[in-house]
Design a protein around this ligand. Sequence first.
Ligand code: GLC
Length: 467
Amino acid sequence: MNRDAMQQAWRLLEASVVTYRGTPVGTVAARDAETEALNYDQVFTRDFAISAFAFLLDDRPEIVRHFLATAVKLQSHERQLDCFKPGEGLIPASFKVTDDGAGERLIADFGEHAIARVAPVDSGFWWLLTLQAYVRATGDRAFLIDASVQQAIRLVLDLSMTNRFDMFPTMLVPDGAFMIDRRMGVYGYPIDIQAQFFAALCAAAELLDATDPANAPYRTALDERLPHLAYHVRTYYWLDLPRLNQIYRYGVEEYGPASVNKFNVYPDSIPDWLMDWLPETGGYLVGNVGPGRLDYRWFGQGNLLACAAGLATEAQSDAVMQLLSQRYDDLVGKVPLKLCFPALEGQDWRILTGCDPKNRPWSYHNGGNWPVLLWLLTLVSQQTGADELAERALHDAERRLVRDDWPEYYDGRHGRLVGQQARRRQTWSAAGYLVACQLLERPERAALLRMGRPVEGASCAAVTAGA
Ligand code: GLC
């Protein structure tokens, strides 16, 4: 750990703080003087979660409480029948403070002002995870059991747990509705969201006040859902060499509960790159599972969140860490961590991204490296006893982050180039680095960020009994 780098990261984080009527309420996404701000001057819910962890680990919970309360105020309370308004319970993707002369006002963005108008599926989940860490750090039960906070939790659950056109315990989401907020072929059941969904539901189960009768049906629903979700992801998303071999020899067009190939996946859809790339030992959770579809791409955030929250079993978490160390250059690279591997190229890129130049192969979401994920890599490394991996990654990253002024992401197969359109002074790059340093310095503090709870994966009725 490099003291100068840490000091620089703290300065950056502190300078990014946004106040509302004199009170700190969040951090802007980036403070790059060279590039147009676009919406990077807003407080993003997902970006702030990482700042919140850094502040909490540093015993500075005030800003986090103000952020949490602000998000509760901004949460959508519109009835659902108007398709142009955000659904009830939605937490904004971002907000900003404006002043047109009549005093400061908060303006929330639920996706209406973002590219392609995608509503954020992950904001409510990040809010819950931030709340969980805040309560752990402070023991502030008065804030937690305030009626508005308890209701906000229930609204997030209403929005995300209610059955819609769906038969799985996982959650159906559109493309671009989370950290990967542009079209990337991640519609359906992306692992990034399933892992976060699991972690957030576990958080909700811990945070709902057990003495409030209004919470009883929610607590029951959570107890029922979590084992199904765990079983589904552990079973159908898991990929290692024996499993790949099973898929390679799958029978197809099987009907009924006894079918082995539940999603009717055709072996011909196994991509060429995978056969030789997958090591003898080690494994990971694939990117997406749906009808006739396994997306074999590796997604860093989903896999690490699944390990951190105990959605992946202990053996699976160990195997993920083995994969990371055996394919270090591909998945960790010069600056950690690959968001998605491998990149979509050629016709796949044209069709699945809609020829998006920002997501050219090995850039941005499409195979770029994101330093923000350092915190998660460190957390999981510590949990699985693979500390050296995190230390190596951090050591490789910090020199570059300082030299390059804290870029948002890096490009190239091994993440050697500053991202083509990356912002500099990106707040969550500094915050992700700081959380990693704080965890390495004081490993006992990891308890504050502990996610999930022990869940035995029950067999999934919808799938095992399905036709
Ligand atoms: C980009 C990222 C998104 C992030 C935002 C602000 O749009 O894709 O995940 O929240 O920048 O940093």
